[in-house]
Design a protein around this ligand. Structure first.
Ligand SMILES: [Fe+2]
Length: 467
């Protein structure tokens, strides 16, 4: 196929849906792989003949890849999320109130601060007490059937916690059998509220809060065994900004203020007490990798950008330049001194994004990060970084764009082993379709590949759920 169908295919709408389709597998799957990868991401970019302006604003679609142990087959299901936003968009031919695609100004303000924010939950998924829950950056949640992916309707937690902005990256901590999450509330004062959700429960418990005069756009955070590390970068807003006319979308209300620097708030999970705030220079962050405690420091690994240009780079109109520039996010390790809160950092990788580690490495010292290597126009790669030795490996193929790689550790392998597989969807622009790849966790060699019946636009995040 020609070179002119490049990464643009990753921003093309997908509306076909398949249910429990058996995908032919080339190669062989490990017999212990017994579970399902569920992914979320934008898939409808045009409504009523108009295109959304930002990648983050496409209408959500879920994808499920089910593995059945020794059976060398993958069963695939994909469903557009039938959110209210989706139904409204299909009925009226208009999409509004998104991350960067504006609606009417008054409608936006009402929606964000006083009423119904968007329920286009296209960012992530979580399991909450038997439900599969799709999440986005405002506190509305949509429940889906964990197997068929059918939309069940709005999901409600059984508690009274509220906020205006939701951190779609909750952090399940298997060692403590709870998930920790974060909400931002605008007001006087504005604050970040941390909560825990015990496994099996639908009721969140407030851990504590950190006040914020100018709330930052917090896309994720990190956990250690005993602490939450909240990285308050200087991409900030002021609550009254949302009441002033002239800005068209959610993200337009945030400004890059590098003079503020980056603040690491360390909050004790048991008491909600903030025990220190470390300060360093300005970095922009979407994704944390992990964090852990040593005797001297809190260690936080994240994908750092020198500024917030990435947000503008992901406007669909700018995506071509962005892809050609390759992006500049890289893995960076920050150490926050337990004594005086001083912060040092070092670079650990070349350009990458969408970092993942083994689930049970969370909150602990660990070794291997799997990530999406920075894109070039002709493709990107799966990156594996050994944060102990600094060594990195990659899997790549010309014309192929991989999404977020999810590492599943072999059940009999011990932390921090790389024995296991990397599950990653890969858009093959030559064949104009997506393949599910199963790579070896240690070598990144291809163990198996299952072609999908269509090309899937670039999505965000997924989780692997064991059966
Ligand atoms: Fe994310």
């Amino acid at each position: 196929m020609s070179m002119d169908v490049g990464f643009e295919l990753g921003f093309s709408s997908l509306d076909s849906e398949v249910t429990d389709r058996s995908l032919a597998v080339e190669g062989s799957l490990p017999d212990w792989l017994d579970g399902a990868l569920v992914r979320n991401g934008p898939a409808t970019f045009e409504v009523g003949g108009e295109r959304v302006v930002h990648w983050f604003d496409g209408l959500a679609m879920l994808h499920r890849f089910a593995f059945a142990g020794a059976d060398d087959a993958v069963r695939y299901t994909n469903r557009s999320l039938r959110s209210e936003t989706y139904r409204e968009a299909m009925e009226t031919g208009e999409i509004s109130g998104q991350f960067a695609t504006g609606g009417g100004y008054l409608q936006r303000v009402r929606r964000l601060l006083f009423g119904e924010p968007t329920d286009n939950c296209n960012v992530h998924v979580a399991r909450v007490a038997g439900s599969l829950v799709a999440m986005t950056e405002v506190p509305r949640y949509v429940a889906c059937d964990p197997e068929t992916l059918e939309t069940r309707g709005e999901f409600a937690f059984a508690d009274a916690l509220t906020g205006h902005v939701n951190c779609a990256h909750v952090v399940p901590d298997p060692h403590r059998e709870e998930t920790v999450g974060l909400l931002t509330t605008f007001g006087r004062p504005s604050e970040y509220t941390l909560y825990r959700l015990p496994d099996g429960s639908r009721s969140r418990e407030r851990i504590g809060s950190v006040p914020a005069e100018n709330p930052a756009y917090l896309h994720s955070f990190a956990l250690t065994e005993r602490f939450v590390v909240l990285t308050e970068h200087p991409f900030v807003t002021h609550p009254t900004s949302f009441l002033r006319p002239g800005r068209e979308s959610f993200v337009d209300h945030y400004d890059w203020k590098p003079g503020r620097g980056t603040r690491f708030h360390v909050v004790e999970r048991d008491t909600g007490e903030r025990i220190t705030t470390g300060r360093t220079g300005a970095w922009f962050v979407f994704h944390h990798v992990n964090a852990f405690e040593t005797d001297e420091a809190f260690v936080v690994d994240l994908v750092a950008y020198p500024n917030a240009d990435v947000v503008d780079g992901l406007y669909l109109t700018a995506a071509a330049d962005w892809f050609e520039s390759g992006g500049d996010g890289h893995l960076r390790r920050f150490r926050i001194d337990r004594g005086d809160g001083s912060v040092t950092s070092e670079r650990l990788s070349e350009g990458l994004e969408l970092p993942r580690i083994a689930t049970d490495d969370r909150t602990r010292e660990y070794r291997y990060v799997y990530a999406q290597g920075a894109a070039e126009r002709d493709g990107n790669h799966v990156a594996r970084v050994d944060v102990e030795s600094g060594e990195s490996r990659r899997w790549e193929q010309s014309g192929v764009f991989v999404e977020e790689p999810v590492f599943v550790r072999a059940p009999d392998a011990e932390r921090p082993s790389d024995e296991g597989v990397v599950l990653v969807t890969a858009l093959n622009t030559n064949e104009q379709r997506t393949d599910l790849l199963v790579l070896d966790g240690e070598t990144l060699e291809e163990r198996a590949r299952a072609p999908l019946p269509h090309a899937v636009p670039f999505g965000f995040h997924g989780r692997y759920f064991e059966d």
